[in-house]
Design a protein around this ligand. Structure first.
Ligand SMILES: Cc1cc2nc3c(=O)[nH]c(=O)nc-3n(C[C@H](O)[C@H](O)[C@H](O)COP(=O)(O)O)c2cc1C
Length: 240
């Protein structure tokens, strides 16, 4: 039975339809925000979002995410320390090196993503300095008032990282629902020792990803970008 026939075969449940609509709105509203106003997120909203994150499912309910949220002077110290690394050209030493080499079709998506972003930011193809500045924006947390770092025990590998990805999406959708913009950043895994030192985290915890967040600054060029998605059949196979 196709989807439309299935929907017609049952009495529409108004509560279910509200959920359908809310979910679709939420998923279509969330996008990566790369420019923020200085206005901090109120503490109760901050706590609420990360409480909602706790509802994420995980394999055997091990709840492996370990999250470190920096605001105010702590966030500024982290930013300054990161910027110093980049300006001094200190190579990153991520706990999880990013050594995926993308071939098509992945490479095509990757290039289109960069091209779309650079176009909105007014960076030409051969503008190396411009690309460097765009990269630096990652480590300035795009001026966000808050940044979260999400890690897990260093002995965990891919299977547990699935849980971290699910958690990350829960947090991003919760933020979207509360009118808070965010950008997941693999780039923020590059200097994990700085994060561990600032938060007093033991070596047992490895850092997987960062998330800059706050209220969107709609005047920032980078926030005009809208990433598209491949058609369904490129990614999903239905059989039987
Ligand atoms: C795990 C992860 C890591 C990412 N790392 C970065 C990053 O370091 N810098 C950045 O600007 N965007 C980063 N992004 C954002 C992606 O570029 C973005 O999600 C993708 O282009 C789709 O666009 P959308 O989020 O606006 O839908 C990351 C996203 C994810 C999920």
């Amino acid at each position: 039975m196709n989807n439309a026939a299935h929907l017609m075969a049952r009495e529409p449940d108004p509560n279910q339809m509200d959920l359908n609509r809310s979910l679709e709105t939420l998923l279509r509203t969330r996008r990566s925000i790369r420019g923020f106003t200085p206005q901090p997120v109120p503490e109760e909203v901050l706590r609420k979002i990360f409480e909602l994150g706790q509802l994420s499912p995980s394999n055997c309910n091990v709840q492996p995410w370990r999250t470190f949220v920096a605001s105010g002077a702590v966030k500024n110290r982290l930013r300054d320390a990161f910027i110093a690394q980049i300006q001094n050209q200190i190579p990153g030493n991520p706990d999880y090196p990013y050594n995926d080499r993308f071939e098509d079709p992945y490479r095509g998506h990757q290039v289109r993503c960069a091209v779309a972003l650079f176009k909105e930011m007014g960076i030409e193809r051969d503008d190396k300095a411009g690309r460097g500045r765009a990269n630096l924006r990652n480590y300035e947390f795009f001026d966000a008032p808050h940044v979260a770092f999400i890690g897990m025990h260093h002995q965990f590998r891919e299977t547990v990282a699935i849980d971290i990805g699910i958690y990350l999406q829960t947090i991003m959708l919760a933020m979207t629902a509360y009118g808070i913009g965010c950008c997941a950043q693999g780039s923020l895994r590059n200097y994990p020792d700085i994060v561990r030192q600032e938060f007093g985290i033991s070596r047992d915890i490895s850092i997987l990803v960062g998330l800059s967040f706050g209220y969107e600054d709609t005047n920032i060029d980078a926030n005009r970008v809208r990433m598209t998605r491949a058609p369904l059949d490129d990614n999903v196979t239905f059989k039987g």
